[in-house]
Design a protein around this ligand. Structure first.
Ligand code: LLP
Length: 415
């Protein structure tokens, strides 16, 4: 019987229902400690990076609070995430606001709170921040997102640092941004930022990237600009199947050898690494059917709950929570959604399963619940956090009637 820490997943399924995301607090803690430990081993005590958890990966308030208690700072990419960060009690000093399309409301909220930095994605955004800061009588601290034209990441769809990607600014535009910031009274440009993608396991990618950042820093300083902070982004990989993992110690050494001598404050933005392997999606088999010689398992979880396989052809391990020794059978594993792409796996070898059996999708702690939707008017799943012998429903299952009650039928449609 599969457990999350000391709690049986069957108990959670019985008491909370399915589909449900289940996270292990111990696993999140140990990931945070592995990353901060690698940095502590490589960098002097007074030059430790600000580790800003990229909460797009999993923004449950309980998860944010857990990470905050471990000493983590946070990166947000929307007004909603910023509101979550503030609600979880992160000190504004520990909040970094990123996002390629920041809204005026988000900028205002960030300025009023006094956040650590805005990561600038366009010169229009720089001007808007200056204007809003002026109206509030504040000064915004900004870093420019450099698009270094470096490929990074497991797959093209989650690579962000190449020149055809929408993210960041070419070096010339970063330089232009610094020039413009000099003429503005309500922004202070202090550095640069880059994030080239997710699931980056090649240490060499970071080496290339850090050298680009060092080069950019030298050029900006030669032009008389201040570079006192560098945000080196996230992208640390986790294992879904048999992917290679980044050697964190080698990574930390590149930070030490290339970034540290630049004498800047260092910021990191890890997301998936901290929470990805800490979570599973628990689901029940609704039906098993054989058709045209294929064995289908139809689950109560669908692409609306976990979209990564449909969207990126991403692999998630699937494991029944009990009877794992029964003979193997080859299955196509699908959700209940009326859409061909609602398939989690094809030709997956699993122990024989039948209706009523429970299974988990592994490594679903990052980019799982946060990307779920109401497609086919399914309610959003529940989220549970386990710690040792205890568990708590940290997000109750959405109520379907409440969801439908949000709709408005115009008077003029009534007979
Ligand atoms: N910082 C920025 C600016 C980012 O855009 C991202 C991720 C991160 C940090 C955190 O990256 P991580 O450490 O988690 O790799 N939904 C996709 C992943 C999209 C990532 C977007 N940006 C997936 O399910 O694989």
């Amino acid at each position: 019987m599969l457990h999350a820490e000391n709690v049986s997943l069957e108990t959670i399924a019985r008491e909370v229902g399915t589909p449900t995301y289940v996270y292990s607090a111990a696993s999140i803690r140990s990931q945070y400690e592995a990353l901060s430990g690698a940095m502590a081993a490589a960098l002097p005590a007074d030059r430790q990076p600000l580790i800003c958890y990229a909460c797009k990966a999993n923004s449950a308030l309980a998860v944010l609070t857990l990470l905050k208690n471990l000493g983590s700072a946070i990166e947000t990419v929307s007004e909603g995430e910023l509101r979550r960060a503030l609600k979880a009690g992160f000190s504004p000093d520990n909040i970094v606001c990123e996002g390629v399309g920041k809204s005026a409301a988000e900028i205002k909220l960030g300025l009023e709170a006094g956040i650590h930095q805005f990561n600038i994605e366009s010169l229009g955004e720089l001007a808007l921040i200056n204007q809003i800061a002026q109206s509030l009588g504040k000064t915004a601290t900004v870093v420019f997102r450099l698009n270094p034209d470096v490929a990074g990441g497991g797959v093209e769809k989650i690579s962000t640092g190449q020149k055809h990607n929408k993210f960041g600014l070419s070096f010339d535009l970063v330089m232009a941004g610094y020039e413009q910031a000099k003429t503005m009274n309500h922004v202070e440009a202090v550095g640069i930022f880059t994030h080239v993608g997710s699931q980056v396991w090649q240490t060499e990618t970071f080496e290339i990237l850090f050298k680009r950042l060092a080069e950019a820093t030298t050029q900006l300083r030669a032009a008389g600009h201040t570079v006192s902070r560098i945000d080196i982004g996230g992208g640390f990989p986790i294992q879904y199947k048999d992917e290679k993992l980044l050697d964190l110690n080698a990574y930390a050494r590149w930070v030490r050898d290339i970034i540290l001598p630049l004498d800047v404050e260092i910021v990191l933005e890890p997301g998936r690494y901290l929470v990805g392997n800490a979570g599973v999606l628990l689901s029940e088999v609704l039906y098993e059917k054989e058709s045209h010689g294929r064995n289908f398992l139809i689950l109560d979880a669908g692409m609306n709950d976990l979209i990564r396989p449909a969207l990126y052809e991403a692999y998630h391990g699937i494991e029944p929570i009990a009877n794992r020794s029964t003979p193997e059978k080859t299955y196509d594993v699908a959700g209940p959604i009326c859409e061909t792409s609602d398939m989690f796996a094809t030709d997956r070898s699993l122990p024989t399963m039948s209706a009523g059996d429970l299974l988990v999708f592994k490594s679903a702690g990052a980019y799982g619940y946060v990307m779920s939707s109401n497609y086919n008017t399914h309610s959003l799943p529940a989220e549970v956090l386990v710690d040792g012998d205890n568990y708590t429903v940290i997000t109750p299952r959405q109520d379907i009637e409440e969801l439908i009650a949000r709709d408005v039928i115009p008077d003029w449609l009534h007979d």
